[in-house]
Design a protein around this ligand. Structure first.
Ligand code: DOR
Ligand code: ZN
Ligand code: ZN
Length: 430
């Protein structure tokens, strides 16, 4: 099977260029100025052709929880230009062992039998007693020849949704020492506990919780082996400079003001902060000091989010809006789209060691999305595919919505429709 994506603006590793992309089977076969013959063709005239987003941070909630499943999650991802997700382990039960990783894969395949499936990788959950499982999942340091089964070890230093929490410094040190790559929810539980009497969510999880956790990582973590999730300000980004650094769209586009209008629907960990933090986080992204955009897609049902701001769960959905929001912002600010492709695809592939993905380059997997830089459309929950049925960006007008998304060479999403194109479990580089 061959497919020609023609006359698009291609975001190639060495720059943006108008041209044609030939896909044969599940791989990119050539990038040319001329038009090679192919069995089918898609006209990308006026569109930006990007490597599909690799979202290193989603919570698809299976097994055992409400809010999302792998079919609704896959549809949301694909309609948002995301072709690979790395799923978090704070499910019921949490994904803390090799057999539980296998079980999750079986569940993903079963849940997506009737529709498309995004490519996926899984993070292993850190618990106080599973250093052995880190080795069994091939995540030990120094890297062994054991086959790697997970993208990283996910470690919660502060409590959030689910029961995974490492608030004991000795266990934290041991796990950081044992593991070749740890993704960290860096908020210090001791600071969170000491702030329990605060009048709102932001004061109960102050920035000091994040800074204090990063300081601990600086003492016990090793550069190149720690990925700090969802940094919320330039100050945190700078403090975490020896490590890989992630920012989320919600911390880049929303502030704590939203709790006044949306209440607990805007409650998330770490919290949405002040406008000055949001602005400094953007400066860090624009200045190249952030490695990855992760959506931290963390859906909860509207019923549970409708409760008061102490008892309602934390988290906002975002996998379907992450790339369009970022694309729109980069375009309007005149930032290079090349840098966006690195932030949304290339860097995640290299950091998490995902083989054959992250670029429009010959021999790479044909995971591709075509974004329309002209047509402006408002974000609306109705137009999205989330099971939870709501979005914190309701009403925001943006360009950059995907028109087509290809997974391993097959159109998985095209102008509102889905096929049964199947992504696969990612393969890790050694
Ligand atoms: O707000 C959050 N929601 N932060 C987390 O760390 C977890 C996530 C979730 O799973 O709901
Ligand atoms: Zn987190
Ligand atoms: Zn998360």
């Amino acid at each position: 099977m061959s497919l020609l994506i023609k006359n698009g603006t291609l975001l190639l590793p060495d720059g943006a260029r108008r041209g044609n992309l030939l896909v044969v089977g599940d791989k990119i076969a050539s990038v040319t100025a001329t038009e090679p013959r192919a069995e089918s063709a898609v006209d990308a005239d006026g569109m930006v052709v990007m490597p599909g987003m690799i979202d290193p941070h989603v919570h698809f909630r299976q097994p055992g929880m409400d809010g999302e499943d792998w079919l609704s999650g896959s549809m949301s991802a694909l309609a948002g230009g995301v072709t690979t997700v790395l799923d978090m382990p704070n499910t019921r039960p949490p994904t803390t062992s090799a057999p539980l990783l296998s079980e999750k894969i079986r569940l993903i395949e079963a849940q997506t039998a009737g529709g498309p499936c995004v490519n996926y990788g899984l993070h292993l959950g850190a618990s106080r007693s599973n250093a052995k499982e880190v080795l069994a999942a091939g995540l030990g340091h120094p890297p062994s020849r054991r086959r790697r089964r997970a993208a990283s070890l996910k470690l919660f230093m502060g409590s959030s949704t689910g029961e995974l929490l490492i608030d004991d410094d000795r266990a934290l040190k041991e796990l950081l020492g044992t593991c070749r790559l740890t993704s960290v929810h860096a908020e210090d539980e001791a600071v969170i506990r000491a702030s329990a009497g605060g009048r709102d969510h932001l004061s109960r999880r102050p920035k000091e919780a994040a800074l204090s956790a990063i300081r601990k990582l600086l003492s016990w973590g090793t550069p190149g082996r720690v990925y700090v999730c969802h940094l919320t300000s330039g100050e945190e980004v700078d403090l975490a400079s020896p490590f890989y650094r992630e920012a989320t769209p919600h911390h880049l586009f929303l502030t704590d003001d939203l709790m006044r209008t949306m209440g607990s629907f805007a409650k998330v960990n770490p919290p949405l902060r002040h406008e000055s933090d949001r602005a400094s986080l953007w400066e860090a992204v624009a200045g190249g000091r952030v490695d990855c955009i992760g959506s931290d897609h963390a859906p909860h049902t509207a019923a549970s989010k409708g409760r008061d701001d102490v008892s309602s769960p934390s988290g906002v959905p975002g996998v379907e809006t992450a790339l369009p929001l970022m694309f729109n912002a980069f375009l309007k600010a005149g930032l290079p789209l090349q840098a966006l492709a690195a932030l949304t695809s290339w860097n995640a592939a290299r950091i998490f060691g995902i083989s054959g993905k992250g670029a429009l380059a010959v021999g790479f997997d044909a995971d591709i999305t075509l974004l329309d830089p002209k047509e402006e459309r408002k974000v609306s929950a109705e137009g999205l595919h989330y099971k939870c049925g709501w979005t914190p960006y309701e009403g925001m007008a943006i360009v950059g919505w995907p028109k087509h998304t290809f997974v391993l060479g097959e159109a998985a999403y095209s102008e509102g429709s889905f096929s049964k194109a199947k992504g696969r479990s990612v393969v890790y580089e050694v």
